[in-house]
Write a protein that binds this ligand. Structure first.
Ligand code: AMP
Ligand code: FES
Ligand code: ZN
Ligand code: ZN
Length: 309
């Protein structure tokens, strides 16, 4: 890190980041101050957390959710809420081993209680096995499993809210793709605060809604934590992210202005007729929820499916 030719606009010290949309070049200390102030203001403005609430932060081990964990831990005393962390071990070989190690080290350093779900213990399958038996795109299987567990496990542990590390870059990409596909149902759910619709559903919050991937990475490093170096072997590079990054280069501040304006649009919220899943009892739009379908809980014959190539 470090921009030898650039000096912090606040103290003249060595700059670590150039935040073009804000016209700010900052050192470690002043960037940390800037970032934490922005996250705090965003939480207060959007009423994401109330005093005395129990908040679980879902930490994958990637830079964004690590930044979310560190920033929320930093605010938990001042805003008076209880913080715990939740991690799903998807068992994707070395990638998951490293992710779990990163999460364990960070939560230990911050003294934040951590709950881990091992996918194999929970379902009988690792994520690569589930992908094989379902013959569906990896991220769709992974998303189904993660959404279900992130809603169920922290809720059963008594938490009222689930915080995720979704960042401005992810949110913008998701917005553009879904808008172009007329997928207003998903856009209606893309809010910093998604209140619970039922006692089986946790309220979801996204404290880093307006923070970029770059800011999150610099924040993790500035606070003295390591950034993971492995990426998920199933991840694909995103054309839309590259296109959006080019626009941002030409028009600094585009991403933030776009998402702030877009959030003012109220997409009609589709009222789904929720039922209880016949197998697990969680909320579902069909007889058997997508998690039970993906993990083949309805067949009860795991061995046969494991042998399927
Ligand atoms: P993704 O769906 O991978 O873009 O992740 C979105 C958010 O979900 C992350 O910022 C985390 O808060 C959470 N998340 C993703 N993977 C995991 C995991 N394995 N364990 C816990 N939380 C996760
Ligand atoms: Fe879900 Fe890679 S983390 S497919
Ligand atoms: Zn400074
Ligand atoms: Zn189910």
């Amino acid at each position: 890190m470090g921009f030898p030719l650039l000096k912090c606009v606040k103290c003249g010290g060595e700059a670590v980041v150039n935040l073009k949309p804000y016209g700010l070049v900052l050192c470690n200390e002043h960037f940390t101050e800037f970032y934490e102030k922005k996250v705090k203001e965003f939480i207060i403005k959007n009423k994401l957390i109330k005093p005395k609430e129990k908040v679980s932060v879902a930490v994958s081990g990637g830079k964004d959710s690590l930044a979310c964990l560190i920033a929320l831990d930093n605010l938990s005393n001042e805003l008076n809420f209880q913080l715990t962390a939740y991690h799903i071990n998807l068992e994707i070989g070395k990638f998951s081993k490293q992710s779990q190690k990163t999460v364990r080290e960070a939560t230990k350093k911050l003294d934040v209680p951590l709950e881990i779900t091992d996918l194999k213990k929970e379902t009988g399958f690792t994520l690569p096995e589930l992908i094989k038996i379902n013959r569906r795109p990896p991220c769709s299987v992974c998303g189904t499993v993660k959404r279900y567990l992130m809603n169920k496990v922290p809720r059963e542990l008594g938490n009222e809210k689930l915080a995720t590390g979704h960042n401005l870059d992810d949110i913008l990409e998701f917005t553009v793709k879904n808008f172009l596909n007329n997928n207003f149902f998903w856009l209606s759910k893309l809010k910093p605060l998604l209140p619970s619709v039922n006692s089986k559903v946790l309220t979801k919050i996204k404290p880093l809604f307006e923070r970029t991937e770059k800011e999150n990475a610099v924040y993790v490093l500035s606070k003295g934590f390591n950034l993971p170096h492995l990426t998920c072997p199933f991840s694909r590079s995103s054309e839309w992210k590259e296109i959006i990054a080019k626009i941002e280069e030409w028009k600094p501040g585009f991403k933030l202005r776009f998402i702030k304006s877009f959030q003012k649009i109220n997409f009609p919220v589709e009222k789904l007729n929720y039922k209880r899943c016949r197998i697990c009892g969680e909320l579902s739009s069909s007889e058997i929820c997508s998690f039970c379908r993906v993990t083949r809980k309805q067949t009860g014959n795991l061995q046969e499916l494991k042998n399927r190539k």
